[in-house]
Design a protein around this ligand. Sequence first.
Ligand code: DUC
Ligand code: ZN
Ligand code: ZN
Length: 482
Amino acid sequence: MQHDLVIKGGTLATATESFRADIGVRDGRIVTLGEDLTGDDVIDATGKLVMPGGIEAHCHIAQESGMGIMTTDDYESGSISAAFGGNSCFVPFAAQKTGQSVADTLDTYDARAAPKSVIDYSYHLILTDPTESVLAELPEAFARGVTSFKVFMTYATRVSDAQFLDILTVARRHGGLTMVHAENHDMLGWMASALTEGGYTAPRYHAPARPGLAEEEAINRAISLAKLADAPLMIVHVSTPKGADLVAEARHAGAYVFGETCPQYLFLTRHDLDQPGMDGAKYICSPPLRDTATQAALWRHVAAGTFSVVSSDHAPYRFDETGKFAKGRDVDFRGIANGMPGIEMRLPLLFSEGVVKGRISLQQFVALSSTNAARLYGMLPRKGTLAIGADADIAIWDPDETRVAGEMHDAMDYNPFEGMKVTGWPTTVLSRGRRVVEDGLLRARPGDGAFVARGTTDLSGFTGTRLTETDPATNFGAEIFR
Ligand code: DUC
Ligand code: ZN
Ligand code: ZN
């Protein structure tokens, strides 16, 4: 068979195995896995690893924060940085504003993404104002291929437990996945008041203002709500060992509960916040950075399979008046934009500290960086694997290249992981067979990326949690899930 493109001589790695093969691509899809393939165009991958392109499943791009501050990266700089970090697809958020319809929210983000993205993209829909009419619009989101929603349990944009249950129920009915930012709002508010009233206002006090206990309480509650609704739930950016334990426990009980952690909780600690003046602001993210014991425990959960995905939670705000200090420099830690960049560092860090250091296998790396996100967010087998018929979304890695992390391709003015020695970098990234990055150069144009209409979440292997009280067989016949 003639191919448009052949990737020759590399070692292929999927979430289940590694093997030597050439990949033949035609019309943007993988059509052959075999030996001695020929094509019009050839990429020599001798000595390299050939993997499914990364899928970045948690990042904030061209999105206003809860404080109304626009992220520094738009879909151009954000997607370029993602691609240089080995990603061929990403799923940022489309955030509903109070009173805004679902259709208008998605239209807004279509206009922000379509002309600019160099890689394929979709959105998770953040629901901040889930009125009856908004809930009634959610089937339209599914029809557009937006099959995952995010809710907050803190911030002004938080939902009540009852609203959370409504969203879980609608998502479940249509086969979608609800994601949650789990921290107890009142515990955070109480701590922040106690600290600021005592004069403890510097950036470092962001960490004690958001105790691990507040995350644990909220994760426990979120899982209870998901069990009651017998609905799938993704706990994003888990930052505590106990939170991870709760995810693992729920999974053992058959619940459709999934977990995500992020590089900042594996590589940084609250001591990074403890810097002179306002410098610690660079490390303000939520949940906050913890400590080295937490890092070790989270790594154990990564290795044991508690976490389905490791995402960047790239939330870029420059260290200036457009970003971190949009509310001024003379503010306490509550007035500083919340989040840090990392979309380009996620995979190199996970490969270097995970695979190279022997904490996880190469197959786990592929699962955590791409395949599991594709499975949970309705893109498998089109994306997230190297298989006949899949999009030729491919990252070719040099597993031996060592670099010291420095400036990235995002629009940011700092890299929180700067100075870290990292072994293993992507050298070539393809999206639907097109070169996006090659030999350190950008080869794609803004607008080359396309929206990915996603399908339902794959829940095979889970039993669910029909409770005595919600099961008609034991609740005197009441149908709760109509
Ligand atoms: N939650 C996120 O997921 N990202 C940035 C800040 C936050 O609170
Ligand atoms: Zn969050
Ligand atoms: Zn986030």
